[in-house]
Design a protein around this ligand. Structure first.
Ligand code: DGL
Length: 258
């Protein structure tokens, strides 16, 4: 029954690549690493913050950058959101597994690794398309690890920084993210949910701007990454001005870890 549910979540049925051991299913021990993944190097910015956090002193980390399948941000436009969800699930399963493969055709893992005690999706796009599905798969296989995404944390931090709880007038904010994250509507949806949750009385309007090519340029270290970021920020501000919305644009979320 569990397997059937999981197969529905994993369209390609490739979960055999991940080895589960009893330790991954059991209550996580404190000494186990925190698992962090992104489509590439972008999530290292999140890892850096985690490592510097005083509350996480002494923690160990396992980082996965799925560079073979990046950019994640382009899958939605190609009609491959289900595949992206599957990638996010497999990334998360890999982190909580206790084995790894060096040969894709092998039946059993070639090496052993420590299973992660919690999974941080350090990728906005993977959070938007795969966090809930990864969480559902964890529950299907009896894994107790939590799956944490970056979008909720980013929205909460933004609302705090613009003083939304104390605000007396409407607020506008911008989001720069991959085309996929923007297409998912995850940011406006999360802002709406958080505003309701925090009982924020003023309207918060979200202006969204997709940044095609930005993650790629950063991954490849090309000089035009800065230019792409600047151009997209300009487009976002132009969109805000054109809208005629009177609320001041208080913040712009960089909703892409790259
Ligand atoms: N780092 C990813 C994010 O935060 C995007 C990179 C990609 O498109 O693969 O959305």
């Amino acid at each position: 029954m569990r397997k059937m549910k999981m197969r529905r979540l994993l369209s390609g049925g490739l979960f055999a690549l991940v080895a589960f051991g009893a330790s991954a299913m059991a209550v996580a021990a404190d000494s186990l690493p925190i698992g962090v993944f992104d489509s590439g190097i972008g999530g290292l910015t999140v890892l850096e913050k985690l490592m510097a956090h005083p509350g996480l002193k002494g923690e160990r980390y396992t980082y996965l950058g799925d560079q073979a399948n990046m950019p994640y941000g382009d899958y939605a436009a190609a009609g491959k959101s289900a595949y992206l969800r599957e990638l996010a699930i497999k990334d998360a399963l890999f982190l909580i597994s206790d084995g790894y493969f060096t040969d894709g055709a092998a039946e059993s893992p070639q090496g052993a690794k420590a299973p992660a005690k919690v999974v941080v999706i350090a990728c906005n796009t993977a959070t938007a398309y795969g966090r809930d599905a990864a969480d559902a798969v964890f529950r299907c296989v009896g894994a107790r690890q939590r799956v944490i995404g970056v979008i909720n944390a980013g929205v909460r931090s933004m609302l705090r920084q613009v003083g939304a709880v104390q605000a007396t007038g409407p607020i506008a904010v911008g989001v720069l993210a991959t085309p996929g994250t923007i297409a998912s509507g995850a940011y406006p949806r999360t802002v709406e949910r958080e505003c309701a949750h925090q009982d924020i009385k003023v309207p918060v309007t979200v202006f969204s701007q997709g940044c095609p090519g930005l993650a790629d340029a950063i991954e490849l270290g090309t000089a035009d990454a800065d230019q792409i970021a600047r151009d997209n920020l300009r487009s976002l501000v132009a969109q805000y001005r054109k809208s005629g919305v009177a609320a001041p644009l208080k913040a712009v979320i960089l909703g892409c870890t790259h």
